[in-house]
Design a protein. Structure first.
Length: 321
């Protein structure tokens, strides 16, 4: 009986040890690539590519103005542990990201040439509005190297995804096939959706719009809309009363019927402009996480395209009545 008990204890300990070994080895195999992104669109795209092989945090939230983010100490800690930092570049994050990177003291991301540092704008082939003369940022103009809002053209989402996949394959070569397959799957799904959005937007080509900030130029370029004015006289510079008065005059002359702004811009001025010109004022999300419902990059464009086409349908109905 005693021998039997001892044998059972031995078997129990042996099985426990075996389970412990399996658990430990699986933990080693499941070590995740720690990614920090400046803005949530990159987090959403990196999640599509990295799935369970990555752990991702975004510094800015989708409802925040990405030009001006509070550089909280907690972000320094996240960056200190990061294997990969993905950011928009073109100076979008100039006011807050460099100080966080320096504070992180993480050699994987402090050097511009490190594989752990990915400026996503380097994946984009067609950066719009690159200034031909020197732009003085001290004057408030915050698009000094060209327009940084390239993720608002969904075709650029595919280029960004390709850049992220390539970098993950470099950092974590063991899972290369996994990242490549996920990239192919994501680009296939996004391409399908782009065709669908193209069809929905097609009847509205040539629509003239006014936007608050120059953040929609990639979207309007893709959709075939025409931007005819901006509430900010220059990117990052608040409107003066005379600028607003001129804008209203021009909008009435041109019969512009659509004003677009993100929720973090002052709504009052945009509403007054819409009221005085008889146009529709649309508050649109410009990033994943702008609202609770938008949790993927595809969700973002589903929402934008749906809200714009609903508004334009109404505008065209009124105009033709
Ligand atoms: Zn901007």
């Amino acid at each position: 009986m005693k021998f039997c008990n001892r044998f059972i204890s031995f078997v129990f300990i042996a099985i426990s040890f075996l389970f412990l070994l399996i658990f430990m080895s699986s933990r080693v195999a499941l070590a995740e690539v720690r990614i920090v992104t400046s803005v949530p669109d990159f987090a959403a795209i990196a999640q599509e590519i990295g799935a369970d092989k990555v752990e991702i945090k975004s510094i800015a939230k989708g409802y925040q103005d990405p030009h001006f983010v509070d550089a909280k100490p907690i972000f320094v800690r996240d960056l200190n542990r990061a294997d990969l930092l993905i950011y928009q570049g073109l100076d979008l994050e100039l006011g807050w990201l460099p100080v966080l990177i320096t504070g992180s003291r993480n050699s994987k991301i402090t050097s511009l040439s490190s594989p752990g540092r990915l400026d996503a704008s380097t994946s984009i082939s067609n950066i719009l509005e690159v200034p031909t003369t020197r732009v003085d940022r001290s004057m408030g103009d915050i698009h000094s190297f060209g327009n940084p809002h390239y993720t608002l053209d969904p075709r650029n989402g595919i280029l960004v995804a390709r850049g992220i996949a390539a970098r993950l394959m470099q950092i974590d070569p063991e899972n290369s096939t996994f990242y490549e397959e996920n990239y192919k799957d994501f680009s296939r799904r996004l391409n399908e959706k782009i065709k669908e959005w193209d069809r929905e937007l097609a009847p509205y080509k040539g629509t003239e719009v006014v936007t608050y900030h120059k953040s929609w130029i990639y979207f309007t370029n893709w959709a075939g809309f025409k931007e005819v004015g901006w509430i900010e006289p220059k990117p990052g510079i608040p409107p003066s009363p005379s600028h607003v008065a001129n804008l209203i005059k021009n909008m009435v002359l041109m019969n512009v019927k659509l004003v677009i702004a993100e929720s973090y811009y002052p709504q009052k001025t945009a509403r007054i402009i819409a009221e005085k010109t008889g146009s529709v004022f649309l508050v649109l999300p410009s990033s994943v996480g702008a609202t609770e419902e938008i949790s993927t990059y595809i969700d973002l464009f589903d929402t934008i395209v749906s809200e714009i086409t609903i508004a334009l349908k109404k505008i065209n109905k009124v105009d033709s009545a």
